[in-house]
Design a protein around this ligand. Sequence first.
Ligand code: RB5
Length: 145
Amino acid sequence: MAIVIGSDHGGFELKEVLSAHLKAKGLEVVDVGCYDTNSVDYPDIAAKACEKVTGGECEWGIVVCGTGIGISMAANKVKGIRCALVSNEYSAEMTKRHNNANMLALGGRVTGPDLAKNIVDAYIKAEFEGGRHQNRIDKISALEG
Ligand code: RB5
């Protein structure tokens, strides 16, 4: 299934790097913008990316803004989205294994391109462990109301 990717202007360059990286791995990518460095509002991009996951068109996604903070905050407001702001490979691995995150957030002004690619690869390689971690995710879902 496809992977959705989106960014605001602050994350545009890193989004392009990660989109090319995923495609080079033979993965299908759905790009919800932005498509240049003109200023856009990250909640609008988060909403578009999250809809692709909650609607079932994409299995998971990546969102990027300048820090990764704003766009992760916005994504986590969407019911069914578990967005992890990650800046290292260990966190990326663990958020798949324990949180079953279905959205990664990165900061285009924080994380360099090679590290970002390694972060995404660590997430892809990891497997959700289920069990007690599913119970905890169910409790997160219960907080959504
Ligand atoms: C945009 O300048 C910047 O605020 C945004 O990309 C992000 O870093 C917000 O959290």
